[in-house]
Write a protein that binds this ligand. Structure first.
Ligand code: XMP
Ligand code: MG
Length: 184
């Protein structure tokens, strides 16, 4: 039987098996780049928390983990264009190799802002890893160094991604039925 969350989905876009395989590949690529460099994984909350947990275990690098909480969407399916830092990281990152971990690169507002922000704070290098890339709606010139999957212009949920804070605990990526967010 379908769960109450699954009944709100129109289709599955990326299965659990596909996620597992791709994240193992991303972990391998990060290991090649960062072994011996003690990078700092920096997850962008809340959407990255599931991906982050799997990615750091997939690459087995000696590294540490921080999270920054930002918001720009405020329960709508389109970006407000503004990025707020709701919770900043607690340590000095100057001279560190940062691996920014995002759930989805959409307009580019969030990652363009974060890249500038951490360069100003003196990061030695910034590598952007995004699970999903939705190039159709890009308004800022920002590209990810590693992308899990390129997705079409549909509002996706699951595996950390939400709609109005729900659906983050679906273990795969799905597309919501339009009637679920009708009226927004
Ligand atoms: P921008 O537009 O700044 O977006 O690149 C990045 C943040 O916006 C959220 N986002 C989504 N969340 N389904 C979601 O659940 C989507 O299709 C979607 N598109 C953007 C996300 O939190 C991301 O970090
Ligand atoms: Mg979100």
């Amino acid at each position: 039987m379908k769960s109450e969350m699954e009944q709100d989905l129109f289709k599955v876009l990326v299965t659990e098996e596909q996620l597992k395989r791709r994240i193992a590949e991303l972990g391998g690529a990060l290991y090649e780049r960062f072994a011996g460099k003690n990078p700092l994984f920096l997850g962008v909350l809340k959407g990255s928390f599931v991906f982050m947990a799997d990615l750091v275990r997939a690459c087995q690098l000696k590294s540490d983990v921080e999270f920054i909480a930002v918001s720009s969407y405020e329960n709508a399916t389109v970006s407000s264009g503004r990025v707020h830092i709701n919770h900043d990281i607690q340590q000095d990152i100057s001279g560190r190799h940062l691996i920014i971990v995002e759930d989805i690169l959409d307009s580019g507002n969030t990652l363009a802002f974060l890249k500038d922000y951490f360069l100003t704070k003196g990061a030695a290098s910034i590598t952007i890893v995004t699970l999903l890339d939705k190039p159709a709606r890009r308004t800022k010139a920002v590209t990810a160094d590693l992308v899990g999957f390129t997705v079409p212009d549909e509002f996706v949920v699951g595996y950390g991604l939400d709609y109005a804070q729900a659906y983050r605990n679906i273990p795969y990526i799905g597309v919501l039925k339009p009637e679920v967010y009708a009226g927004q």
